[in-house]
Design a protein around this ligand. Structure first.
Ligand SMILES: Cc1cc2nc3c(=O)[nH]c(=O)nc-3n(C[C@H](O)[C@H](O)[C@H](O)COP(=O)(O)OP(=O)(O)OC[C@H]3O[C@@H](n4cnc5c(N)ncnc54)[C@H](O)[C@@H]3O)c2cc1C
Length: 420
């Protein structure tokens, strides 16, 4: 080689852990950068978690809200995918450790999301169902439908009531949407399937530890949601903290006992377990503290984004929601490119697109900027935004058809009990 021949630099490898909202957006944004990208996820699909409750309440099938990662990445020349469980991150050795071997990186984007937080309540973790994965949603669908099958053959009214009482814990968007979806499944659909069951024996409860629903929305919208749930025969109880659940009865902190076979836990999440292995400063939910550039302090080549990251803006922690994850992914990908060009990095500034939650057919609440909506218009907004955000034309089409079918015929097409 002569001294003035061009020097070819090796192309740096960016490993992205997690193909959820943040990881997938990071991979897309890195697609036109001079890097090799390896996406690693334990699942071979991207999951649209906001519609998980509809899988649990038999409105949609699992394949309608998920999409194979390899199909999404097919035409991206610089991106590869590996399905693997990441056991830990070795920051010093710049590698991730997976069940299938170690993978080295030049840059790491950790976007491993969150998992259900049972707040150390062991009996609840053992007997309640969370709503964080397709497995959770399918287990819940099977369980709810099975309760009706078994109850329809049960002769003891007390046992029947226990089977037909469904309790949702957590008054955030997931809890409200699950309770509303469940109420419609029970009172609009299953009443037709079980004409001989006495539906006065069913009970739907939403328990919230605080004194209002939907903390991320203005109080008047929360009150609207509570009234709508009451109209759907969901009993909303505030100041109700669950302390244990043995599969047949739950106990509240104030000593109240509620006989039920079903506890749907929508009371909170914490950062995915692999985030702990970073061994860095974290908040009480295990989210890694990141700099405004989204880098891990002391490790400029490592970015943590989405639900796994903790960053404050205007003195408040950023919420664990999809728009934060997507916007952080854009910034992290841009900052990797800036590092490669030797430029100054940009800092994250969240642009809040608004908050929505649906309570069921023709009913939702929305807060967008200074605007507040409650009722049918908010519901149409909710439908449109969820359809736009779903990945894949097929999924949007199938979900639209399912929703229309459900709306006009009061049917839930997917009420199958599977032997999993
Ligand atoms: C039921 C429910 C409803 C929601 N509704 C809304 C809503 O209406 N609007 C909204 O904005 N937000 C909503 N959210 C929150 C939103 O889904 C999250 O904020 C968002 O998914 C965060 O994106 P993320 O990429 O950080 O994590 P995720 O989307 O959770 O992706 C994390 C990925 O990492 C993978 N992973 C995790 N650990 C490992 C490991 N050790 N090895 C390999 N892979 C791993 C997972 O398989 C997953 O694919 C909801 C969440 C839930 C659970």
């Amino acid at each position: 080689m002569t001294s003035n021949s061009p020097v070819s630099r090796p192309v740096p490898t960016v490993v992205v852990v997690g193909g959820g909202f943040a990881g997938l957006q990071a991979v897309k944004a890195l697609g036109d950068k001079p890097v090799k990208v390896l996406l690693v996820d334990r699942n071979n699909y991207h999951l649209f978690q906001p519609l998980l409750y509809q899988v649990a309440t038999a409105g949609l099938g699992p394949e309608d809200i998920s999409y194979p990662l390899r199909a999404i990445l097919r035409d991206r020349g610089n991106v590869a995918f590996r399905m693997a469980e990441v056991e830990r991150v070795d920051l010093a050795a710049k590698k991730i450790v997976t069940g299938g071997g170690d993978i080295g990186y030049d840059y790491l984007v950790l976007a491993a999301g969150a998992e259900t937080n049972f707040f150390g309540l062991e009996t609840v973790a053992a007997n309640a169902v969370g709503l964080k994965s397709l497995e959770d949603a399918l287990a819940l669908r099977n369980h709810i439908l099975s309760m009706f099958e078994i109850a329809s053959q049960e002769t003891d009214p007390a046992v029947r009531r226990e089977m037909l009482t469904f309790v949702v814990v957590g008054g955030g968007a997931t809890g409200v949407e699950s309770a509303g979806g469940l109420a419609e499944l029970v009172h609009l659909v299953l009443t037709k399937d079980y004409p001989h069951l006495d539906f006065a024996e069913t009970g739907l409860l939403l328990l919230e530890g605080g004194d209002r629903l939907l903390l991320s929305l203005p109080e008047e919208l929360a009150a609207f949601a509570a009234a709508e749930l009451a109209r759907k025969q969901v009993a909303v109880r505030f100041h109700s903290q669950v302390v244990s659940f043995d599969g047949k009865a739950l106990q509240l902190k104030d000593g109240t006992q509620i006989a039920t076979r079903t506890l749907i836990w929508a009371a909170g999440v914490k950062a995915a377990q692999v985030t702990d292995t970073l061994g860095v400063a974290a908040d009480r939910l295990g989210r890694a503290h990141v700099a405004p550039t989204l880098q891990l302090p002391g490790y400029p080549e490592v970015f943590v984004i989405g639900d796994a990251a903790y960053l404050e803006q205007n003195g408040l922690p950023l919420p664990m929601v999809a728009p934060v994850a997507v916007q952080q992914a854009e910034l992290a990908a841009g900052n990797i490119a800036r590092l490669l060009r030797g430029e100054q990095l940009a800092e994250f500034a969240y642009k809040d697109p608004g908050v929505l939650a649906t309570i069921g057919r023709s009913s939702a609440v929305a807060s967008v900027g200074r605007w507040r909506f409650a009722g049918a218009f908010a519901w149409l907004l909710w439908l449109a935004i969820h359809l736009i955000r779903l990945v894949g034309f097929r999924n949007r089409f199938v979900v639209t058809v399912n929703w229309a079918w459900d709306y006009f015929f009061y049917e839930r097409a997917i009420r199958l009990i599977l032997r999993l």
